[in-house]
Design a protein around this ligand. Structure first.
Ligand SMILES: Cc1ncc(COP(=O)(O)O)c(C=O)c1O
Length: 333
């Protein structure tokens, strides 16, 4: 705002980042233009209303406002959209406007760094009750919320480990970049406007099935987190949305908190860990990140209660196609 910027463009999946930026925009008197992945725009209409209420312009992506959006709609008229496509649109739009900047909600190092306030705060809170985690768990879309919780502990492990802590990053089986993708240079967006980054990816052309965990529908993973996974510091895990929402219901009934479908994936890992400890008789401190509430996700819970939610098994051929296409594009990288 002080630099004379008048507008920010951004992408959003589930809508949390879009809501944050929309609110910040209203505080700093900046226009906010949000490209919201089409399937989430339709699944979570009230999230869109929330952003509009804060004063943002919310556009379902792919849209007709950008060249990349038009191209993708022409080729795939029924596409549910993806975070990769929404990023392309937000970046293209930013480049075409005066006094406009683009703001990314995950993946890049500075976003992960900003999020680390959650890990630092968690550490202080746990220190105050003399606790230290044996296991740290978070769900991963682009990786920022998990990194925010885990990185301060990963640094702490290097400095003065009180325990050997295990770190588990949980993704959706519908978009398995870290459990079934490859560690390659790829673009952060589908339209290939952004630079190449070394990361676990299922390929920037990959469009995930329309799962309700919209925030987990990203083809790649933050480069720093990808590297930690590559070196075995962080363990990947994947669950489908049905098993995730099954435990979300148990969690809601026990805790009174209705989790976001993304968060439900982390809860599933936590409950599996607790059940394993019950079997072995180990006493462990397991910390998870509650990345969001599910108040805008009642259509997911409705479908789940009716038994209509699909687990979406992902055939290997779909990953091979988009990873193969990436390797064909950059054979020497
Ligand atoms: C509730 C919730 N949890 C997790 C995520 C994934 O976030 P990240 O990109 O930080 O991994 C999102 C992203 O939209 C989200 O809305």
């Amino acid at each position: 705002m002080r630099e004379g910027v008048e507008k920010l463009t951004t992408e959003t999946g589930a809508g949390q980042w879009g809501s944050s930026l929309a609110f910040a925009g209203s505080l700093f008197d900046l226009e906010i233009e949000v490209y919201m992945v089409r399937v989430s725009y339709e699944q979570k209409p009230y999230r869109k209303t929330m952003m509009k209420l804060y004063g943002a312009d919310v556009v379902p992506s792919p849209s007709t406002r950008t060249e990349v959006g038009k191209r993708i709609r022409e080729k795939f008229p029924d596409t549910s959209g993806s975070l990769g496509i929404a990023i392309s649109e937000a970046v293209e739009r930013c480049l075409s406007l005066e006094n406009t900047k683009y703001s990314l909600g995950s993946v890049l190092n500075h976003v992960l760094l900003h999020q680390s306030v959650t890990g630092q705060e968690t550490m202080e809170q746990l220190n105050s009750v003399d606790e230290y985690p044996d296991t740290v768990i978070g769900c991963v879309g682009g990786g920022s919320n998990f990194a925010g919780l885990a990185y301060p502990y990963i640094v702490d492990q290097k400095k003065r480990p009180q325990k050997e802590t295990e770190f588990i990053a949980v993704e959706s089986t519908a978009c398995p970049s870290i459990s079934r993708g490859e560690y390659l240079y790829d673009h952060g967006d589908t339209g290939r406007i952004t630079p190449l980054m070394k990361m676990f990816t299922v390929g920037h052309e990959f469009v995930p099935d329309p799962i309700h965990a919209g925030g987990l529908r990203y083809h790649g993973m933050a480069p720093s987190l990808s590297m930690l996974i590559k070196h075995g510091v962080v363990q990947p895990r994947a669950y489908n949305q049905v098993e995730a929402l099954d435990v979300a219901v148990v969690f809601a009934q026990q805790e009174g908190i209705i989790p976001a479908p993304e968060t439900a994936h982390a809860i599933k890992a936590m409950i599996d860990e607790a059940l394993r400890c019950k079997e072995t008789g180990e006493a462990k401190t397991v910390v998870i990140l509650m990345s969001g509430h599910g108040f805008f996700d009642m259509s997911a819970y409705e479908a789940h209660l009716k038994g209509e939610l699909k687990p979406f098994e992902l055939p290997q051929a779909r990953i091979d196609k988009t990873v193969g296409s990436l390797k064909g594009l950059y054979p020497d990288v």
